[in-house]
Design a protein. Structure first.
Length: 349
């Protein structure tokens, strides 16, 4: 049996789909599972033990023109596909699944029903995105466990690379916290000055280092944290890790503090303890549901709602009202902060 899975486009979305992918793999343990993803998500699936192949499909680049899309679909037609699951709601992907000749094609959306063999109506109420994708495969006859969380897969080589980075920074497992600074929308970012104050409090009370993570474009945020961090021990890994090594690093930390971002979900899926700071997005739909413990601090300014898709934004920023002291006390109450190990270096846990 061969199964095609069309994923959505972003890192967080792919994590939300992981329980559904895992359920499909468990339902048909001998099946060859092939996932179609944009290039940015390819790395995430290469360590998945049940994903046989990862194909790049990006309708904004390689498959931007219709001739390129037709060629892609016809190339897929050269293989025999028993099932296709369309987690993405685009009609383009439904057309490609149809063109590929997949015998069973399941997806959401009445407007593309003619391209599918099984169509599921959109849920009437807000549900978590993990459940949204599980509902789709469940409707296609796949058995799904209750309260399933997502898992982020990384390899032993990824772990070794993370340990090498820790050695270079002279930090030990659980001897540091990770601050992920970036997000794909400015209102979802906690101010760098707040991260700096939190780093100071954590260092003052527990002696833990703060490791900054993010993409290369987050370097100005990291520089702002370093300028305001006082006597705290703040170390930067901005732009120095791939996604899987980042997950391995998160799993070795005391905890991870982040806004609503793809790497926040990577941390949750890696089993790390996660403090997720929410503003315009709704944690009931996109909150952490991974393998580790999590806490959510959600601020909605007066006169606004969550989720918020309007063009107007609150004065001072969405997340600026979440004070570092509030986050620090939440971490301390959870027991996630313990005094740093006396020696530096990775050593043994």
């Amino acid at each position: 049996m061969k199964i095609l899975i069309f994923t959505k486009n972003w890192v967080g979305d792919l994590l939300f789909q992981m329980p559904a992918i895992d359920a499909v793999a468990a339902q048909w343990p001998e099946a060859e599972i092939v996932c179609l993803v944009p290039a940015r998500c390819r790395e995430m699936l290469r360590a998945h033990p049940r994903v046989s192949r990862v194909l790049i499909f990006d309708e904004r680049r390689e498959q931007k023109s219709w001739p390129a899309r037709l060629a892609f679909g016809l190339k897929l037609r050269g293989e025999t596909w028993d099932r296709a699951f369309l987690f993405h709601r685009s009609r383009t992907r439904a057309f490609i699944a149809f063109l590929a000749g997949a015998r069973e094609r399941a997806g959401y959306g009445k407007k593309r029903a003619w391209l599918l063999t099984q169509t599921l109506e959109e849920p009437a109420e807000k549900i978590h995105h993990v459940d949204y994708f599980l509902n789709l495969v469940r409707a296609a006859g796949v058995q799904t466990p209750e309260n399933q969380g997502y898992r982020f897969y990384f390899s032993q080589e990824d772990e070794l690379q993370a340990l090498d980075l820790m050695t270079s920074l002279e930090i030990r497992p659980r001897g540091f916290v990770c601050f992920h600074l970036g997000a794909n929308w400015e209102p979802k970012r906690w101010p760098p000055e707040h991260f700096a104050r939190l780093a100071e409090k954590i260092h003052e009370h527990f002696g833990l280092a703060a490791v900054l993570t993010g993409a290369p474009e987050d370097r100005p945020l990291a520089e702002a944290v370093l300028r305001h961090a006082g006597r705290a021990r703040v170390l930067s890994l901005i732009g120095r890790t791939g996604l899987r090594v980042l997950g391995a690093l998160f799993s070795r930390s005391a905890c991870v503090v982040s806004g609503d971002s793809g790497p926040m979900h990577i941390a949750a899926g890696s089993g790390a303890r996660v403090a997720a700071l929410f503003g315009p997005t709704d944690p009931a739909q996109t909150g952490p549901r991974g393998q580790g413990e999590s806490l959510v601090i959600h601020h909605v300014p007066e006169g606004f709602t969550s989720p918020w898709y309007g063009s107007s934004l609150p004065e001072g920023g969405w997340l600026s009202k979440i004070e570092p002291e509030e986050v620090f006390e939440a971490l301390r109450r959870k027991g996630w902060l313990q005094p740093a190990p006396a020696e530096r270096g990775t050593g043994a846990e």
